[in-house]
Design a protein around this ligand. Structure first.
Ligand code: NGQ
Ligand code: ZN
Length: 455
């Protein structure tokens, strides 16, 4: 039977008791009733949360994680830009089959840690010589296949990538695999349309103001079917802000807000460097800030102004971006800890109505993530996808805790993965802490990594 009985479940308006959840064969929740009787033969569990949305991913970078942590010898300080050179070198030789194997491993890991949706910001779209594949959507289709193998919900975002920097600088040779114009992207969006389902949506993503012009971004946004999400990297590094001021006479987020009618369709990824006016305007815009705390820390980006952004009514979600972490717990923990370290006080991510940091972070990241994904996810309610995680109620950290303590324990205490079972789109994809296809997926991943190391 497609049902589960949770003694405690996090519903949109907070924790509820004795919740009966039912879903249909399409993977949609059909009923979520609190204060219910447990029917015979329906499994009973202790703590259930909606699965988290991972709103920013470059899946292939999973295989590079942890391998760029050695300082260069040439006296130049390592930075985002020196990391990017290493990442380009890695991206130069990877094949579609390897992309699929790496993505499947990543997606299984994400599911095991409680992500049930992921937005793939997909720019590795040409072959190793910079030519279009016979099927221009080849690599995006490989990511979709990996999503299906792992059983995660996806939003595919084919990327518009035409320039190396502000002022329409020509692409560098090492960026040849990324090259697309607006028509290329729309062609890939169209080809991927055949894959749209309850588990998969298709949007688009101008890579950044460095890689796409305003005219291109406008054309793409207008041509994309209504309601599809649009994502863009923005204001991640100080150097980018300076270049934007030089070239366009405005700060990156200011420029987007002035020129593009940024609204709820948009996800602004990173948006790290904002002035007060940008914080207020972005907060009012309805757009989602796509925060990726572990990658932003790893790359030395800076800290997002979270408290004023929340106060301005801003929406945000979390992403694992370069995949130095595959855990929403770690993203949310570092999001809050960055603020504590910076401002030297505690319990920053709260509102007047929600004083509980863990509850606020989890729910806010769900709302923002769902919006950025453009899919019916992020809440346990009828009509949404049957995406949920069952926590290990026998773990000492959860033993006997009150409802209002669960997310504090999950997000801020310890390193064990408390995710026991995961249901995604109505299928149990993680059981007892193991992904159901873990071994086969890991074997293909190991093979891909071995091949890449041999090149
Ligand atoms: C990316 N990653 O596209 O993978 C970027 C680096 C760039 C992050 N921004 C490349 N974290 O921004 O030019
Ligand atoms: Zn990114």
């Amino acid at each position: 039977m497609n049902a589960l009985f949770a003694r405690h479940a996090l519903l949109p308006d907070g924790w509820r008791h004795d919740v009966l959840l039912e879903w249909d064969i399409h993977g949609d929740l059909t009923r979520v009733a609190a204060g219910a009787q447990a029917p015979l033969k329906v499994a009973r569990v202790n703590y259930v949360l909606p699965g988290m949305v991972n709103l920013h991913s470059h899946a292939f970078q999973r295989a590079l994680g942890g391998l760029t942590e050695r300082a260069g010898d040439d006296g130049e300080k390592d930075s985002f830009w020196t990391w990017r050179d290493l990442m380009y070198r890695f991206a130069a030789r990877i094949t579609p089959q390897q992309i699929e194997a790496i993505a499947a491993q990543l997606f299984a890991e994400c599911l095991r840690h409680g992500y049930t949706s992921l937005c793939e910001f997909h720019y590795l779209q040409r072959d190793v010589d910079g030519r279009s594949y016979a099927r221009p959507a080849e690599t995006a289709e490989r990511v979709a296949a990996a999503g299906q193998a792992a059983g995660i919900g996806l939003t595919l975002l084919p990327v518009l990538y035409s320039h190396a920097g502000f002022g329409e600088q020509p692409l560098k040779p090492e960026q040849a695999r990324f090259r697309t114009n607006v028509d290329d992207v729309l062609g890939i969006v169209e080809a991927l349309g055949a894959l749209r389902s309850g588990q998969l949506e298709v949007g688009a993503a101008p890579h950044s103001l460095r890689a796409a012009t305003l005219g291109q971004i406008r054309t793409l946004a207008e041509a994309l079917p209504a309601g599809r999400p649009l994502h863009i990297h923005i204001a991640e590094q100080q150097a980018e802000v300076r270049q934007c001021l030089d070239a366009l006479k405005r700060r990156p987020v200011q420029y987007l807000l002035d020129e593009l009618g940024i609204d709820a369709r948009w996800c602004l990824v990173h948006a790290t460097h904002l002035d007060d006016d940008e914080v207020a305007r972005l907060g009012r815009s309805g757009a989602v800030a796509g925060l990726c705390p572990t990658t932003e820390a790893n790359l030395g980006d800076g800290l997002f102004p979270l408290a004023p952004f929340i106060a301005a009514g801003g929406r945000f979600g979390i992403g694992s971006d370069s995949h130095v972490s595959q855990s929403p717990v770690e993203e949310l923990r570092w999001l809050e800890y960055g603020q504590r370290l910076q401002h030297q006080h505690r319990n920053v991510a709260v509102t007047r109505g929600q004083r509980n940091v863990g509850d606020y972070l989890w729910q806010a990241a769900l709302r923002g993530g769902a919006q950025a994904a453009g899919r019916r996810v992020g809440a346990l309610e009828a009509g949404k996808r049957a995406d949920l995680i069952v926590l290990d109620g026998t773990h000492p950290n959860l033993d006997g805790v009150r409802d209002d303590e669960v997310l504090g324990r999950l997000v801020f205490c310890g390193n064990d993965n408390l995710v026991r079972d995961v249901l995604c789109g109505g299928h149990w994809v993680v059981q007892g802490g193991r992904h159901v296809a873990q071994d086969a997926i890991a074997q293909r991943y190991r093979q891909a990594v071995r091949e890449l190391r041999e090149v």
